[in-house]
Ligand binder design. Structure first.
Ligand code: S3P
Length: 456
């Protein structure tokens, strides 16, 4: 090994010591999901948009970089990023591949956004992204008249040819915000009504921001007829299904876009605050959208208590300050419609479950196998190294608790959420934990380890 690579390895591994208590105020960076959308929608809007609190991580930088390649201009004005929109068919031609880095949201949403431009683009990414399946967005976009070619096994690079998008009536069998969003972005340049039926609610940031920017979009919860027990009553029941309708084509209006703190990043501090004894943390200005805060819903039923302060709505998104104190937890089963509301927090829930009384079972989460890594196997393997009792299922995990954890060598596989999840476990372990390739936290929260240390 050369000296240079030895140094790289040494600097990107990170040792995490156990913590006695964590106290203070945690200021988490802007929401990654919402930041991708803010950049993309501002790019195809008319006029300028000002984005406040854009997420600082590498994934959002990938989106900004690709939009720059497509001819979108950005300028920093104090705290705000100003985006000069090019309109819905205003992207320039680009010969070079558009490099989406590690970001699944960038490549999938961009494939929909490019539907408005009658040119051909190649979309690619790093090794992890090039191993992720794209069929689920390719199929509906193809039905909308967008040309999509994929490499073997339905993986990137993708070649996308837009210019002739048609509206679509899509019935999704798996709730996925990325698929829904790709279709909605393509529908912006399709003439007519696009309908999307999702089996259960997934994050709705695209719908909220489209409405903020003037799009005629509507979301309804589907009700079904039932035989009423009492014939004098109306026989309807709310289902989990949602129907989203967008009438295209749409010219979005640029404007002020404010990004709340990232709930998914806050979640690591929520978990740390619950697990490390005598902790007391305040996390101000974070997204409180219920399609994202499923972790709090689950933890509340496991015995945790949270207090929200200063709840308000900013640019259509619920926001608030969260207060967390250490608590003891009891196990539960997590499945069904809860899953999309905490999909990115499920590995973290597994860590919490190692300290809960009883067996926590997570089902209906096969999606986790197709994220930046196979998060089911990776979190289970790492937690077992720390002494936890964890079983894997095809679509989830079973965790027995409470079990004392001990420091171990952790493999992050370059997955930012695995690195942060195991860093939380390390706080309550006996002895030090070493996380390899810990620098991968730059994907969503570059300052993560310093933020954690500041609370000790
Ligand atoms: C995201 C949606 C989710 C999530 C991902 C971000 C988004 O993926 O896991 O981290 O920003 O739309 P799926 O839509 O594939 O569930």
């Amino acid at each position: 090994m050369s000296e240079a690579s030895a140094e790289t390895t040494a600097t990107s591994a990170r040792r995490v010591r156990p913590a006695r208590k964590l106290t203070g105020v945690v200021s988490v960076p802007g929401d990654k999901s919402i930041s991708h959308r803010a950049l993309m929608l501002a790019a195809v809007a008319r006029g300028e948009s000002r984005i406040r609190n854009l997420a600082p991580g590498a994934d959002v930088a990938s989106t900004q970089h690709v939009l720059g390649q497509l001819g979108v201009r950005f300028r920093q004005d104090g705290e705000n990023l100003v985006v000069s929109g090019v309109g819905r068919d205003g992207f320039g031609g680009v010969e070079a591949p558009l490099d989406c880095g590690n970001s699944g949201t960038t490549i999938r949403l961009l494939a929909g956004l490019l539907a408005g431009t009658a040119r051909s683009y190649t979309l690619t990414g790093d090794e992890s992204l090039r191993s992720r399946p794209m069929n689920r967005i390719a199929a509906p976009l193809h039905q909308m008249g967008v040309g999509i070619e994929m490499a073997e096994g339905g993986r990137p690079p993708l070649i996308v040819r837009g210019g002739h998008a048609r509206p679509l009536d899509l019935r999704m069998d798996v709730a996925s915000a990325q698929v829904k969003s790709a279709v909605l972005l393509a529908a912006l340049s399709a003439e007519g009504m696009t309908h999307i039926h999702e089996p259960m609610p997934s994050r709705d940031h695209t719908e909220i921001m489209l409405a903020q920017m003037g799009a005629p979009i509507r979301t309804e919860q589907v009700v079904e007829q039932v035989e009423p027990a009492d014939p004098r009553r109306r026989g309807t029941r709310r289902t989990d299904e949602r129907r989203i309708t967008l009438l295209g084509p749409v010219d979005l209006e640029g404007g002020e876009l404010s990004v709340p703190g990232d709930f998914s990043t806050a979640a690591y501090f929520v978990a740390a605050g619950l697990l490390v004894r005598r902790s007391d943390l305040r996390i101000p200005g974070i997204g409180a959208n219920s399609t994202r805060t499923g972790l709090l819903a689950v933890l509340s039923t496991m015995g945790a208590r949270f207090t929200w302060h200063h709840r308000k709505t900013v640019c259509g998104e619920p926001v608030g300050d969260l207060h967390v104190e250490a608590t003891s937890l009891s196990a539960r089963k997590v499945s069904g419609k809860l899953i999309p509301r905490l999909i990115d927090e499920l590995p973290l829930l597994a860590v919490l479950a190692t300290q809960a009384d009883g067996t926590t079972v997570i089902r209906d989460a096969a999606e986790l196998r197709h994220k930046e890594s196979d998060r089911i196997e990776l979190v289970a393997d790492n937690l077992r190294r720390m002494g936890a009792r964890v079983g894997t299922l095809e679509d989830g995990l079973a965790i027995e608790g409470p079990t004392p954890l001990s420091g171990a060598d952790i493999t992050s596989a370059g997955d930012h959420r695995i690195a942060m999840t195991l860093a939380v476990a390390a706080l309550i372990a006996d002895g030090e934990t070493e996380i390899d390739d810990a620098d991968c936290v730059r994907i969503s929260c570059p300052g993560f380890f310093d933020m954690l240390d500041a609370l000790r």
